[in-house]
Design a protein around this ligand. Structure first.
Ligand SMILES: [Fe+2]
Length: 288
């Protein structure tokens, strides 16, 4: 009997709720049927891991483009001249003199109205050990709360903005005038604390890490306490999947119901990972 491509697909759950290792799917196949299949798996598992999938940069972009509009990092977008070619891919390179850039739990760019919906990472050249990436399941983080806490959080709106950390780094590189321009261009945005996933309809905590500035309507001390507690809540290892990279691994994740965090235990080893994201929609909460 000849097996079809679909019959050869295997799905191995890495944890009971988040993360699945997939074999038998060709990531260079951007047919609607294949993309629907990947999307269905993504909605079920939140993060998908593929081995032996070293994509060329164009293949990486073609795959991502099949799920939505390729994101241009907002800081680049405002500096882009009409004649410039946008950079959709970012090479994240860690080495002895240039350590890892983002080690905190976060989902990407929540300081804009419509943050990215999916992320795509290619392991180009990774160390034999170390430099793992973790993802947190924010459906599970929500489900684990008491009904009282769920009800309380469901009414809450969070102010998100570029963090002081990020602004400080930008200020050092580009000057305070540019930082002022950024703050005017990207004012504080509001997102719900509990987000209804637009495709699954499930509720997830919407945690933006250091981009969560304050809680709308709360006194500052209440607000800072709650943000701190929420950031701590998602560090529970029962919500996590951890991936140890091998060259050629490709990972796709859903930014709308997960957080991620890069470990920094591989210094001074070299690590090269290539990433892009696709644009998402405005987060919302449906009371049902
Ligand atoms: Fe990130």
């Amino acid at each position: 009997m000849t097996l079809t491509a679909k019959e050869q697909i295997t799905v191995r759950r890495v944890t009971p709720t988040i993360g699945a290792e997939i074999t038998g799917i060709d990531l260079t196949d951007t047919s609607p049927e294949n993309i629907t299949q990947i999307n269905d798996l993504l909605l079920e598992h939140g993060v998908l891991f593929f081995h032996d999938s070293m994509l060329e940069t164009e293949q990486h972009l073609d795959l991502a483009r099949s799920f939505g509009e390729l994101s241009i990092y907002p800081l680049e977008k405002i500096m882009l001249k009409p004649e410039d070619e946008p950079q959709y891919l970012t090479d994240i390179i860690d080495h002895e003199d240039d350590p890892i850039k983002q080690g905190n739990w976060h989902t990407d760019v929540t300081w804009i109205d419509e943050p990215p919906k999916l992320g795509f990472l290619q392991a180009v050249d990774v160390p034999a050990s170390g430099g793992d990436t973790l993802w947190a399941d924010l459906y599970k983080a929500y489900d684990a709360l008491s009904p009282v806490m769920q009800n309380f959080l469901e009414g809450i709106t969070v102010n998100h903005r570029m963090s002081e950390n990020l602004l400080h780094r930008i200020g050092r590189a580009a000057g305070q005038e540019f930082v002022q321009k950024l703050l005017e261009t990207f004012p504080t945005v509001q997102h719900p604390m509990v987000r209804t996933h637009p495709e699954t309809g499930r509720k997830a905590l919407f945690i933006g890490g250091e981009f969560m500035l304050s809680i709308e309507g709360m006194h500052d001390d209440e607000s800072q306490w709650l943000i701190k507690w929420l950031k701590h809540h998602i560090t529970n290892p029962n919500f996590h999947v951890r991936w140890s990279w091998t060259n050629g691994d490709f990972v796709i994740w859903d930014e709308r119901c997960t957080n991620h965090k890069a470990l920094n235990d591989h210094q001074p080893s070299y690590r090269h990972i290539r990433r892009c994201t696709v644009d998402g929609d405005k987060p919302f909460y449906l009371n049902n």
